[in-house]
Ligand binder design. Sequence first.
Ligand code: ZN
Length: 311
Amino acid sequence: MKFYAIRNIRNIYAMRKAILILAFLISTANISASTVQLKQTETVTGLTVELYYRALQPGEVIQVLLKESSSVREATARFLGKKYTFFKMKNSTEYLALIGLDLGVSPGAYPLNISILYSDNSHESLAQIINVVSKEFPVKKLWVEEKFVTPPKEVQERIQRESKILQTIYDIYTPMWLGEGPFIVPSEGKIMSNFGEQRFFNNKPRSSHGGVDISTPSGSPVKASNSGRVLLAADLYFAGKTVIIDHGLGVHTMYCHFSKILVKRGEFLKKGKIIGEIGATGRVTGPHLHWGVKLYGSRVDPLSLLNLKFK
Ligand SMILES: [Zn+2]
């Protein structure tokens, strides 16, 4: 993988630098004791761009770090029509952005463009092709109450209203990182790796499964997977009693089917805080936690976040 850069040329010296860019130092390394891969590129300004990810497939998260970035004033990344703002990590010269490969993204080569403004007002643009490869998701048949498959007329308005609220929430991009350290599994119990399943409810095709399920008894506590702000704490038709937390930089975790919600909208939470109890509200086959992650609207596998290191 190669980064190509074009630096705004302000004088001859800078032009020489721009030519030197062709001779980028590129190194690739695997981090031991982890399934996360690393692609590293050093630019002539001394800045290092690092990409960490589990795989380049639908539903995966790419963590982008700018290192040795003391002269950076601001940086943004653009990918598949979305603009992500880098955040300068506290007590560090590192900048962080997170990019989501939506569950529905088609295999192909997509440019990731990074734009950096330095404190001397010079500007650098980097481009990297992200080669997304295909992934097969299994088909699953499930049996639920018919009102959750063909909802009656009187709930149509409610469903539409809730769908609009959720869309508005997922479009929120808080340009700062609220998380503290790595994400944690929110509940004890068996984690089903069932992200992306193509689902048939009562033999009718419905949307793919946008999270993982954790099966655990009713009443068990559920923890916030990381620190953040509660954007929603409400009873929804399909998702049941649900909590959505904004961790910043576009990352939203959602927790569904609670029997009891223990937090309020607007509340700032520390990682590990108990936010609710396991239940079977909404469209379910039994008590469990549905744990979902949206990254600036992209449906990503919560398990792809778990391996990433966060300061
Ligand atoms: Zn689920």
